[in-house]
Structure formats: structure tokens, C-alpha cells
Design a protein around this ligand. Sequence first.
Ligand code: ZN
Length: 284
Amino acid sequence: MNGTNIEVGKIVKIVSNLYTVKVTNSLYECRARGKFRFDKVTPLVGDMVEIDTKESYIINILERKNFLNRPQIANVDIGLIITSAKKPDISYNLLDKQILVIKNAGIEPVICITKHDLLSFFKRIKFKKIMKYYEKIGFKVFYNDDLSSLKRYLKNKTVVLTGQTGAGKSTLLNKLDKNLNLDTNPISEALGRGVHTTRHTEIHEIDNIYFADTPGFSSLNLDDITKENIQIGFPEFDKYVCDFKDCAHIDEKNCTVRNHVDDHNILRSRYENYKLFYKEIKKW
Ligand code: ZN
């Protein structure tokens, strides 16, 4: 045997103990070889694996860069936050919380705005100015009337969608793939959450973008956030040096961060949300 049966691919679907592995443009249905191979690690959708194409076995799981528990998925590149500008109105508290939780999971948050055409002219200008702030501090912001640039950015990435009900998650997916034709239900309902009694996870490929079939971060709580890592969600604080080395920017004297909360340097709503999250964590 010369080893040419061994290929590397991505697990795109798991039903019970059957794994569908995509190697370039071919799909292989595999089983997982003896657990001893995996050091108690269960293969997840999104895992890069070595498979024996002749024997149809997964023989090795390559190192993961991250993984989520709900949905169970490995190697997520992007948490795509779908946020409507209106109907429902944007919640900056929810947006900042999503950014924090996604970044803390080792995933890049990307913001996609829907329904901004429902804003009045002046409100739209104000809204876009706020989004410019998010871009300035390092987050990608896309609008759903310019999907080509969003598609370019997501190419070859594994994406988990998140966003409040009615923000337009399935509408966005339908726009990305005309053949998908989801109804207006949230994607979770359209693709069968709660229907399967066996383990079933799948990522759907649309134009070389891999979407998880369930919304991620459904339980958006701050359980994994500590006072030490909360600032990961607020990168704009980094450039300020406070008198206290471990300044929490709450009520310390001569806090440079607090002194720059003025809607030009640090957006007031961002700082207020930071304070709310900090207090929420402090309870524990
Ligand atoms: Zn400070």
C-alpha cells in the first residue's frame, strides 16, 4: 500500500455515526475508526480529517482552531451577526454582546445590516455613522444590498449565523442562493431543528461558503466571560493607558478610557454596554 488512499477533507454532515467528508469536489461517506485514535475527541462537523477513501474510515482529526457546543461545530471562521436597522430596531446592547461572545470563542464577528432602507434619510445617515465607528475599531460591516462584497469576504469560510428573530437570516440566505428557497421561517425551523432524534449536524455550502444549519450562540449569555477577558469585545479601549495597571474603567480615578467616552473617541453606547456586561459578570 502506497498511502494514496489517504485524503484530507472537511466533515460537512453527521447523521448518527455516519460522516460525510468533502474532499475537493467529492463527498465520501465514512465511519470513525476506533475511538482510541481520537483521544476521547468526537469528530464534529467542520473538522478537517484524514480519511481512508478505500476503507471509508476517518483515521485522524486534524487540530481544531476552535469549536462550539451549540451548534456542535468545529473550526468556525466567522460569526455572522445579522442585525436589522429597523423592524426590529437595532439593539446595540445585543450587538455588543454578540461581538463579545463571538470574539471570546476565538471567532471573527462580522456584522451584516438588513432593512436599513426602512430608516428615514436622516436616521440612515446617523446609523451609517455609527456603523463607521464599528469599522474603525476593526469590525467588518456589510449591508445586505451589497451582497457581492459579503460573498467575497465569506468565500471558503465556515460561518455561523446569529441575530434576533426577524432580522432577516433566511431572507439573506435565500438571496445568497436562489436555489435554497427557504421560507420566511428562521433558518433553524426551515432546516429542521428539533426534528431529528439522532445526532444530525450539517453545514450547507453556498458558492464556497459553509453555513452551519442552526443559528449559533443561541444561548447568548456571558457565562464564559470573566472580568479579565471582557475587554476582548472592546478593542477600542486598548489604545488608552490608565493610571491603574489593571484598570476596569468603572470607577477608578484618572481613567483614560472613561475620559474619552464622548461619541468621538469611544462611543457612549459601547461604553454603557461594557459597564452593563461588567456588572452582570461581577455577580458571579
Ligand atoms: Zn481605565
